[in-house]
Ligand binder design. Structure first.
Ligand SMILES: Cc1cc2nc3c(=O)[nH]c(=O)nc-3n(C[C@H](O)[C@H](O)[C@H](O)COP(=O)(O)OP(=O)(O)OC[C@H]3O[C@@H](n4cnc5c(N)ncnc54)[C@H](O)[C@@H]3O)c2cc1C
Length: 416
């Protein structure tokens, strides 16, 4: 059968898609499949989720959101979307330390690829995970906990260690955020003072179409209680109404701006759960470079803006804190994430992706696993100091590759 991702531009070709309603049923599915992969909400733009035999969704498993306020943790069903668990966490006075730009993605799917939001002190979503319950080769149930051997290679694992059924998350006390959009931050001011700009609030995103000489929008998510940082000296000015990061798109899809205080889960994502995120018709690409090379990497993209701009809807620049998860694109380095929302035209976009990769090559870019990239897998592998350990872990648990696909084998340099 042929199935498409959320944007309709990646085709999966499993023999069948199944959605078990109990973990026992899921164990039977995994035990009997020749190849099995999990599909989350299908928001990836790479073939990372594809399967040659069975694709399995855990969205049909019973809903579990067990919050332990004393321990500040929650055990949740892996197929739930962040926006679906957030109100329960909030009701217990708890929160996730970060969120991606959209609350529509599943917990397991976003954790598996190292999905991140922005913030100098915010690790990716996977850094909140303290335990994973999964169904592994042969339908065997397994739990991996923080501190266990191999845990750091099991969280961002591209779905290749088994089908995750439940995730336990470490939470923080609930917090409020006000979101303000600034406009027209000059490029030179931004690059000369990148640390100051990105460090001005808990989460900062810079948006540019690479058509003018600056960032048309700066989204500042300020945590109530943190100091207010004034960026007016850069020349940026406060937007006079709500904005959408994609030029011409309706801001009704976006979370509340204008400095109005709200709960973390209603401000940290850019897009509202009940509306379409981003533009809907698009391809995406993103590279994480070491933070110290951030300004130089942006200058390198600036040098190819004439190629980028004609096929781009918008670029977003964010910061991500270093983590210790072996396959996380932010492994071992505070990072600058340079993202591109392209037009939905693969033939026109791919040559530009290659040009961007050439320009970023001196900065050791790590592509987002869930987005479009063309980097030579050997270069990707070289960029991850614990790649050998990650490969060993996958082979140890699944020597025959029942849980892997071509994408995983190619990028982890596992011979077919
Ligand atoms: C509009 C839009 C905005 C985005 N914004 C951001 C952003 O702000 N930051 C960012 O970093 N990325 C962003 N992304 C990318 C997106 O977050 C990632 O691609 C993410 O992995 C998607 O999650 P998903 O649930 O759709 O997973 P899928 O795309 O369905 O799957 C991704 C991977 O997770 C695995 N997986 C899924 N479920 C399970 C499970 N139960 N057990 C084991 N493995 C599983 C799959 O096998 C696959 O390898 C965005 C994408 C879109 C379309």
């Amino acid at each position: 059968m042929a199935l498409a991702n959320w944007a309709g531009n990646v085709t999966f070709t499993p023999d069948r898609l199944v959605s078990p309603t109990s973990v026992d049923e899921l164990c039977g599915v995994v035990a009997s499949a020749s190849r099995v992969r999990a599909l989350g909400t299908g928001h990836s733009f790479s073939a990372v989720a594809d399967s040659a035999d069975v694709l399995v969704s855990v969205a049909g498993l019973p809903r579990v959101v067990d919050v332990d306020p004393a321990a500040a943790t929650a055990r949740v069903s892996a197929g739930l979307r962040w926006g679906e668990i957030a109100p329960d966490l909030q009701a217990s006075g708890l929160a996730v330390h970060t969120l991606g730009s959209l609350p529509h993605i599943s917990v397991a799917g976003s954790v598996a690829t190292g999905t991140h939001g922005s913030g100098d002190r915010n690790g990716c979503l996977a850094t909140a995970v303290t335990a994973l319950e999964l169904v592994s080769v042969g339908g065997e149930r397994r739990t991996v906990r923080r501190g266990d051997e191999g845990f750091d290679g099991s969280v961002v694992a591209l779905g290749a260690l088994g089908v995750v059924t439940h995730v336990t998350l470490a939470l923080v006390p609930s917090y409020d955020v006000d979101q303000t959009v600034l406009e027209d931050l000059p490029l030179d001011a931004a690059l000369e003072h990148l640390d100051t700009v990105l460090g001005s609030a808990m989460s900062v995103s810079l948006f540019t179409t690479w058509r003018g000489r600056g960032f048309e929008q700066v989204w500042i998510k300020h945590r109530v209680g943190d100091p207010d940082v004034d960026l007016s000296w850069t020349g940026a000015t406060r937007a006079d109404g709500p904005r959408h990061p994609v030029p011409g798109a309706d801001p009704v899809h976006c979370t509340t701006q204008g400095g109005v205080v709200g709960a973390w889960f209603e401000r940290v994502p850019h897009f509202r759960l009940d509306f379409t995120p981003s533009s809907g018709a698009e391809l995406q690409t993103e590279y994480l470079v070491p933070r110290e090379h951030g300004a130089a990497a942006l200058r390198a993209v600036d040098a190819v803006r004439d190629l980028v701009a004609p096929v781009l809807q918008v670029s977003e620049i964010r910061s991500v804190a270093a983590d210790g998860l072996w396959l996380s694109p932010a492994y071992g380095r505070d990072s600058l994430a340079i993202h591109f929302t392209w037009v939905a035209d693969t033939a026109r976009v791919l040559p530009v992706v290659a040009a961007v990769e050439d320009s970023l090559a001196p900065f050791d870019p790590r592509p987002h696993w869930g987005k479009v990239f063309a980097t030579d897998p050997a270069r990707v592998a070289e960029s991850y100091p614990r790649m050998d350990d990650a490969r060993r872990l996958l082979l140890e648990h699944d020597p025959d590759g029942v849980l892997r696909n071509d994408f995983v084998d190619r990028h982890l340099l596992i011979a077919p």
